[in-house]
Structure formats: C-alpha cells, structure tokens
Design a protein around this ligand. Structure first.
Ligand code: BTN
Length: 253
C-alpha cells in the first residue's frame, strides 16, 4: 500500500493469502497488543462472516476483505453510530475512485442499482459499558465477474467491476477508504454523531421509501423517515405511528 495519506489508520498492515476470516485474525492481534489503526487484509477468506450469522462470499483476489482495529473509548450503545460512519466512509471512497451510482441501505449495506456491492460487520468487546475495542470488518466486491457468483447471489449481489465496466484497483479503494474513515472518525470523536448523521442521510437510498422488516414482535411496514441520534431508523406506519428500528435488516419495497 504505497501512497497512504492517513496519520494512523493502516500504518500497520497484516496481509494474508488465505484465512478463515480477517475478523478472527484481528481479534487475535488485539489480544497480542496490536494498536488502533492496524488493518488485516486477505486475498481469500474461507469462512468470511456476514451480519446476522450469514456467510460472506470472499473469493481469491477479487475483493477487499479487510478488518480494521479501533479503540474508541465510547459507550457500548454508540456502536451503531460507528457502523453508520463506516458506511459513509466506504460510500465516499468508492465514489471517489469509480464512477458508479452507489447509495447506503440502512444500516450499512452499499447498493448499486439495487444490488449489494459491499457490507460492514462490526464486532466489539466492552467492559464497564465502555468499548474496549471494535473490529470493523469491511467486505467490498471489487473485481468479481458474473461467473464468480454462485447462482443464489447473482440476482442480489454485484461488484464494482460489473457496474463500472472495468477492473478497479483494490489498493486505491483501500487507501481512499482509510483516508475517508480517518477524517470522519476524528470528526465523530470531536463533534459527536450529528455531522455523520447528515452525511449518512444524504447518501441513503432508504429514506422516504416504503420498507418492511421483521422484528421479534412482528412485521413493521411503513415509510422510512429519518435517522435518530442513536442511529436507529424511524419508520412511519400507514396509521401514522412512528416506530424505531434499532437492528436487523430491512427490505426496500
Ligand atoms: C454483511 O453485509 O453481512 C457484512 C459483511 C462483512 C464482510 C467482511 S469481509 C472482511 C471481514 N471478515 C469477515 O469475515 N467479514 C468481514
């Protein structure tokens, strides 16, 4: 990674050919004292993890499979804000490197023409209600072609190469991402979530659209209205009720 423009993030880089999950390696690195900003990259993951217990398709050499170690001393319940911040950083970095129409689906999926191109998984460890550390797992499908996707992903997933019609430099995206992330992270630690929330809202493809989601207490349907201060999604139901969704997945309708 030549030409890094960051102060801290990505100054310690661990690169592997093949791992089960870069998240697992990052947790081990924290245990052996790795500092904030350390990143783990792998060419291939054999057991890439997605949100909600899903698998993440991570074929060799085709994407950015990366984990970033962070140690923000913030309350555990601020974690969703960091997830949204990561999505903003990712969206902005992709926009800077390639010409694609990309937007964020709540909370942190990046979509191009309705198909998922990137996902974020935050795993944390906390004590006394403060976070000890966070591992931000970033998966970006960069140079996968149609034939690299299993049948069941073809209609829901895409890549930067498929959408932009050309192969894209993984190195440029990683550098752009770390640069954007560092800037937003500093802003967040200084000013709180408000400025990040505005940026997220501007990049969202979710707000003002009809959505549907399953919650432990039943299905919620309505219009996604706004983000609240904690990062929860406010939904207005047909009967005019304002409900909040704190976690999980939504379906755009
Ligand atoms: C999701 O959208 O479900 C999140 C996907 C996160 C995938 C990345 S790839 C690098 C890191 N290592 C993993 O095992 N998962 C994350």
């Amino acid at each position: 990674l030549n030409g890094m423009r960051t102060k801290v993030l990505g100054h310690k880089v661990h690169i592997y050919d093949e791992v089960d999950s870069t998240q697992t390696i990052a947790h081990q690195l924290v245990a052996s004292g790795a500092p904030e900003g350390t990143i783990v990259l792998a060419e291939k993951q054999n057991a890439g993890r997605g949100r909600m217990g899903r698998k993440w398709h991570s074929p060799a050499g085709k994407g950015i499979w990366m984990s970033l170690i962070l140690t923000p001393r913030i309350p555990v319940y601020f974690m969703p804000q960091l997830t949204l911040l990561s999505a903003v950083a990712l969206c902005r970095s992709i926009q800077k490197v390639c010409q694609v129409e990309i937007g964020i689906k709540w909370p942190n999926d990046l979509l191009i023409h309705g198909k998922k191109v990137s996902g974020i998984l935050l795993e944390s460890s906390g004590e006394d209600e403060r976070l000890k550390y966070v591992i931000a797992g970033i998966g970006i499908s960069v140079n996968l072609l149609d034939e690299d996707y299993p049948e069941e992903l073809k209609h829901i997933a895409t890549s930067l190469a498929i959408e932009s019609g050309a192969l894209v430099s993984r190195e440029r995206i990683v550098q752009a991402f770390l640069f954007e992330f560092e800037e937003l992270y500093a802003l967040y630690l200084e000013k709180g979530f408000a400025p990040i929330r505005l940026l997220w809202e501007a990049l969202s493809v979710t707000l003002k659209r009809p959505i549907r989601t399953n919650t432990p207490t039943g299905v919620i349907e309505g219009i996604a209205d706004s983000l609240d201060d904690s990062g929860a999604l406010t939904v207005i139901t047909p009967s005019g009720e304002h409900l909040k969704i704190y976690s999980g997945d939504i379906e755009l309708r």
